[in-house]
Write a protein that binds this ligand. Structure first.
Ligand SMILES: [Fe+2]
Length: 369
């Protein structure tokens, strides 16, 4: 005897897999569809002997599928069974049967009982269910409203779970970014804290420019790791207490590109690697490593560039003493629109001179041992 062919319609892959496993063990042949639209498509070419459908599915839910199934003269004789989650209530069952469904089964059911139910439906011996078939539904709108309300609360629960997962992922990104920052600074004690200070300045500039929270967060993260490429520069050069030779500067100038290589495969929700590789570019093309100019430079790179210069000039370095914040701001002012983006420069100057912003004191990250 040929195996009975069952079409399983469920939006959840694990739900489909579970039913398929149970049905196969019971000697059924199984076809699957992810939603009502796909089920109708499958049935056009491959008519099943039985349909088992969930209710909540994308594109076309189980109710609509049942309605269309039973309205099609070729498909309507094929038994249609709902097998759905326990958040359905009595009204859903009544409503489903009123649409012409042959049975309404609630998840989860023991596999053996489930198979017995399918067997009896196929044999046409499910008398109690037949009796319940097509009861009158006085108020379809009321049933659907109640069903929708339960769906909304279910979705709200899932949304809350997603928010929790999102918070965990955010913590992981933040922990990873801090680890990268600390590793960079461990090799370069003189610029320890530099990345955190650049990050703070750049974020404040982005906020002052009116960018949204998502963009500003990207700038904050980029600032925290923008010098990661310095792991390529020998420690003797980074910590050299005198002016660097041209050859030594050439090595230092490679750090944005190395930073890009380190970060390019990390799936940040912002183009962090692109901001980092261009944080030493200048508006007139005189920067490095790609000598980009004008519109070729992203806003992220423009903001990082200004923040980096302000921080570097106001902090002490091995080969020079600090010029101070006033001198740093003069540099930005004098070269606004030439080396530095005019809007970014203006926002930075207003930030310090009008808003009274101060570069935060950052606990330097010295890793010992
Ligand atoms: Fe840098």
């Amino acid at each position: 005897m040929a195996k009975a062919r069952v079409l399983v319609v469920d939006g959840d892959p694990s739900g489909r897999y579970l039913l398929e496993t149970i049905l196969t063990s019971g000697d059924y042949e199984v076809m699957t569809a992810e939603d009502g639209v796909e089920a109708l498509e499958v049935a056009k070419y491959d008519t099943p002997d039985l349909v088992i459908a969930d209710i909540l599915m994308p594109r076309m839910d189980g109710y609509q599928l049942c309605r269309e199934w039973k309205a099609n003269p070729e498909l309507s004789p094929i038994p249609f069974v709902f097998y759905t989650a326990n958040y359905a209530d009595e009204d859903d069952e009544t409503f489903a049967l009123s649409l012409g469904a042959d049975a309404f089964l609630r998840k989860p059911m023991p596999p053996q009982r489930l198979l017995e139910a399918f067997d009896s439906i196929l044999e046409g011996s499910h008398a109690p269910l037949q009796i319940q078939r097509r009861p009158a539904v006085e108020d379809e709108t009321r049933v659907l409203k109640a069903y929708n309300a339960r769906l909304v609360s279910k979705l709200e629960e899932q949304l809350a779970e997603l928010h929790e997962i999102n918070d965990v992922l955010r913590d992981i990104v933040s922990g990873t970014v801090n680890a990268i920052g600390k590793l960079t600074e461990a090799r370069d004690p003189y610029t320890s804290g530099h990345q955190k200070r650049v990050s703070a300045i750049a974020t404040a500039v982005a906020v002052r420019l009116g960018y949204d929270a998502t963009f500003c967060e990207g700038i904050r993260v980029a600032g925290l790791v923008h010098d990661v490429g310095k792991i390529y520069v020998p420690a003797e050069i980074l910590t050299k207490p005198r002016r660097l030779s041209d050859a030594e500067f050439a090595i230092i100038r490679e750090h944005p590109r190395v930073g890009f290589e380190v970060l390019k495969d990390v799936k940040f929700p912002w183009p962090i690697a692109e901001y980092v590789v261009h944080h030493h570019e200048r508006l007139d093309g005189s920067g490095y490593p790609d000598h980009l100019a004008g519109d070729e430079l992203s806003m992220g790179a423009r903001i990082l560039a200004v923040a980096d210069v302000v921080e570097a000039m106001s902090s002490h370095r091995p080969y020079k003493t600090a010029a101070g914040i006033d001198r740093a701001l003069e540099e930005i002012e004098q070269n606004a629109g030439k080396l530095y983006d005019a809007d970014v420069a203006a926002a930075c100057l207003e930030l310090f001179r009008t808003d009274g912003f101060e570069i935060p004191q950052v606990t330097d990250a010295h890793i010992t041992g």
